[in-house]
Design a protein around this ligand. Structure first.
Ligand SMILES: *[C@@H]1O[C@H](CO)[C@@H](O)[C@H](O)[C@H]1NC(C)=O
Ligand SMILES: *[C@@H]1O[C@H](CO)[C@@H](O)[C@H](O)[C@H]1NC(C)=O
Ligand SMILES: *[C@@H]1O[C@H](CO)[C@@H](O)[C@H](O)[C@H]1NC(C)=O
Ligand SMILES: *[C@@H]1O[C@H](CO)[C@@H](O)[C@H](O)[C@H]1NC(C)=O
Ligand SMILES: *[C@@H]1O[C@H](CO)[C@@H](O)[C@H](O)[C@H]1NC(C)=O
Ligand SMILES: *[C@@H]1O[C@H](CO)[C@@H](O)[C@H](O)[C@H]1NC(C)=O
Ligand SMILES: *[C@@H]1O[C@H](CO)[C@@H](O)[C@H](O)[C@H]1NC(C)=O
Ligand SMILES: *[C@@H]1O[C@H](CO)[C@@H](O)[C@H](O)[C@H]1NC(C)=O
Ligand SMILES: *[C@@H]1O[C@H](CO)[C@@H](O)[C@H](O)[C@H]1NC(C)=O
Length: 283
């Protein structure tokens, strides 16, 4: 009896599952981008790194060119104008990122001397920062008038030779490089609050440098916020323009799931989405 019922239902079951798999596959393609961009980057205990950042578990369409993050030895890193920076935290509402120079991490003696420089079409310096200046290979027997005593001196052991580094929290009135006392100067921004703590001996220079500095992001946050508020995930299309990935499909600006007539689609999308989770087909 049961076998007979099953036999008569079999063709129907076959057709139904065939249709389901087809719908499944077509929905999976749209959902894949939504699912992929739903995940933030989490590296070495620093999480919440999302749009415009991409990399690691986020495909390149989840963020903007120039905001690629790599997870190197459990440290989230971003390469800005050929310098590697550690990401210490992100603030999606500002939006901003706090970074520290990898070559100055735990040391004032980097292997090469490179100025901090950012790509101003991607980042900006917010207020509350102070430029520290480090001068290298300084000749301590040269006395410069007007240098004051607002600097500290330290020895770096690089390339098997000891050199002296002078650290300033304010740009000195006399440039030690111009005065031929030092060979190179490097600018590294730090938080002004860290400089104040440094000047009152509550912090070391290294601690101030390792706190990093904030960079504002030159992105249209309104665009992304509107997408997120409509239930979407921000990303970029094939030509690098903004796109909003939604459960049903991708839209130019916001998810149109609540548009008249789309209700049925939403219901079925949610149904298949739940089905997906059960079947584990595309997640
Ligand atoms: C997103 O895409 C990237 C690159 O294609 C892949 O490595 C990653 O596993 C995907 N993540 C998820 C959550 O699907
Ligand atoms: C940063 O990226 C540039 C290419 O965009 C590359 O030449 C450079 O080596 C990278 N710098 C570091 C420190 O990885
Ligand atoms: C160390 O030597 C290398 C190769 O000669 C050179 O490129 C580099 O600038 C030197 N580093 C310092 C800190 O002088
Ligand atoms: C860094 O910038 C300062 C000020 O522009 C300049 O004097 C110095 O030579 C630069 N240092 C390097 C290593 O390019
Ligand atoms: C700055 O970023 C923009 C946008 O990604 C890019 O087109 C440009 O080449 C970058 N400039 C430099 C000097 O890296
Ligand atoms: C620090 O120096 C850079 C140039 O190297 C400059 O663009 C920036 O405005 C300076 N920041 C402050 C707070 O003076
Ligand atoms: C340091 O400066 C003094 C005085 O100008 C000079 O005699 C000495 O040779 C310099 N030392 C180095 C290592 O350049
Ligand atoms: C030394 O630093 C203090 C505090 O920042 C500042 O008020 C003073 O003008 C500086 N002196 C010189 C000679 O730069
Ligand atoms: C990419 O997005 C931009 C901005 O929304 C749009 O103008 C452009 O037509 C889109 N390109 C493709 C290939 O979808």
């Amino acid at each position: 009896m049961h076998t007979l019922l099953l036999q008569s239902l079999f063709p129907l079951l076959l057709i139904t599952s065939f249709l389901l798999i087809n719908v499944e596959l077509s929905l999976c393609q749209d959902n894949e981008q939504y699912t992929n961009c739903s995940e933030a980057i989490n590296c070495g205990g620093i999480g919440g790194i999302s749009y415009p950042f991409w990399g690691v578990n986020r495909a390149n369409y989840c963020g903007l060119a120039g905001f690629e993050v790599k997870c190197q030895d459990n440290v989230p890193m971003i390469n800005i104008s050929s310098i590697n920076y550690r990401i210490l935290k992100t603030d999606p509402t500002a939006p901003s990122v706090t970074v520290a120079r990898q070559d100055y991490w735990g040391t004032l003696c980097p292997p090469t001397y490179v100025n901090t420089s950012i790509n101003f079409s991607l980042f900006n310096y917010p207020s509350g920062l102070t430029n520290m200046t480090f001068y290298y290979a300084c000749n301590t027997s040269i006395a410069i008038q007007g240098l004051g005593d607002n600097y500290t001196s330290e020895v770096c052991s690089t390339n098997n030779s000891d050199i002296t580094v002078w650290s300033f929290t304010t740009t000195p009135q006399v440039d030690p490089v111009a005065a031929r006392a030092c060979t190179t100067g490097v600018i590294v921004p730090v938080f002004t609050t860290a400089v104040q703590a440094l000047e009152s001996n509550q912090k070391t220079i290294q601690e101030a440098v390792d706190e990093g500095f904030e960079l504002g992001l030159e992105i249209d946050n309104v665009e992304c916020n509107s997408c997120v508020e409509s239930g979407g995930k921000c990303g970029v299309n094939a030509t690098g323009g903004f796109i909003c990935f939604c459960l049903d499909q991708a839209y130019a600006a916001v998810c149109k799931a609540t548009a008249p007539g789309a209700q049925g689609l939403v219901a079925s999308t949610v149904f298949y989405y739940i089905l997906d989770s059960y079947l584990g087909v595309c997640h």
